[in-house]
Design a protein around this ligand. Structure first.
Ligand code: NDP
Length: 250
């Protein structure tokens, strides 16, 4: 593993208790950053914190990213733990149930959009003023190839991730002269617990679209995220970075 220089950096990783978020936390800690894992399950957070503690300074903060007050409290708790915040990785997300749009439960639609898109908005809204105070920051949003291509039987998920890409582009421009870069990643399918929410047929469909003919690995997502979180990423903002084993054609 190549280490990036993240010493003196303080990062929030939403959905950091497992999956891609956990791998990003691991990689940032290995590069010298201090980390706050934001997640909604206190016991999963405690376990993740314990596993990561040998790598550096790490704290778990219980938060629901869809709740404005909860996010505000988490920003305060994180500032208390880390002193300042310089990196935000918006990773928390869900897949929702698979169905045709016209058969989709409205509650399911709202839940997916609320967590995957409004959650990113609320976390950016809460953290950007802290980054502006520092005069430096990096924001990385985890979108999805589904946001570019639109996966069938996942209109809620695809639309929410397209929204994350557009939010990234807007915020990137708003902060372009503030020394704060905002970028997003569009992974194809990566083997984590999130796939348990999808039908086998849907997982098979997503895998069949990947020219490399394999799932991505959490470490591959973490490697790209770590670079986007670093000062080395200095002339890219409002951009969408591919991580799809060749699936994306733009
Ligand atoms: P996981 O399900 O493994 O992890 C997601 C984490 O986010 C869980 O710990 C989950 O908690 C947490 N979370 C969900 N809702 C909230 C909430 N409201 N507030 C706080 N935390 C919450 O998923 P992945 O690691 O696979 O996915 C991470 C991101 O990557 C997601 O945004 C996903 O859409 C995206 N992505 C994933 C791909 C894949 O194939 N794995 C492909 C493309 C994008 P809980 O356990 O309580 O649900």
């Amino acid at each position: 593993m190549n280490q990036l220089d993240l010493a003196q950096q303080s990062a929030i990783i939403t959905g950091g208790a497992r999956g891609i978020g956990f791998a990003i936390a691991q990689r940032l800690l290995q590069s010298g950053a201090s980390v706050c894992l934001w997640d909604r399950d206190a016991s999963a957070l405690k376990e993740a914190e314990g596993r990561l503690a040998p790598l550096g300074k790490v704290h778990g903060v219980t938060v629901d990213v869809t709740d404005e007050n909860s996010v505000r409290a988490a920003v305060d708790a994180t500032s208390g733990h880390l002193g300042f915040i310089s990196i935000l990785v918006n990773n928390a997300g869900i897949a929702g149930n698979n169905s045709k749009l016209w058969e989709m439960d409205v509650t399911d639609w709202r839940r997916v959009v609320d967590i995957n898109l409004t959650g990113v908005f609320l976390c950016c809204r809460g953290v950007v003023p802290k980054l502006l105070e520092n005069g430096y920051g990096r924001i990385v949003n985890i979108a999805s190839i589904a946001g570019k291509e639109g996966n069938p039987n996942a209109s809620h998920y695809s639309a929410s991730k397209a929204g994350v890409m557009a939010l990234t582009k807007s915020l990137g421009k708003e902060l372009a002269t503030s020394n704060i870069c905002v970028n997003c990643i569009t992974p194809a399918v990566i083997e984590t617990d999130i796939l348990k929410q999808c039908s086998q047929q849907h997982v098979d469909y997503m895998r069949s679209k990947i020219p490399m003919n394999r799932f991505g690995k959490v470490e591959e997502a973490a490697a790209l995220a770590a670079w986007l979180c670093s000062a080395d990423c200095s002339f890219s903002t409002g951009a969408v970075f591919d991580l799809s084993g060749g699936r994306a054609t733009y």
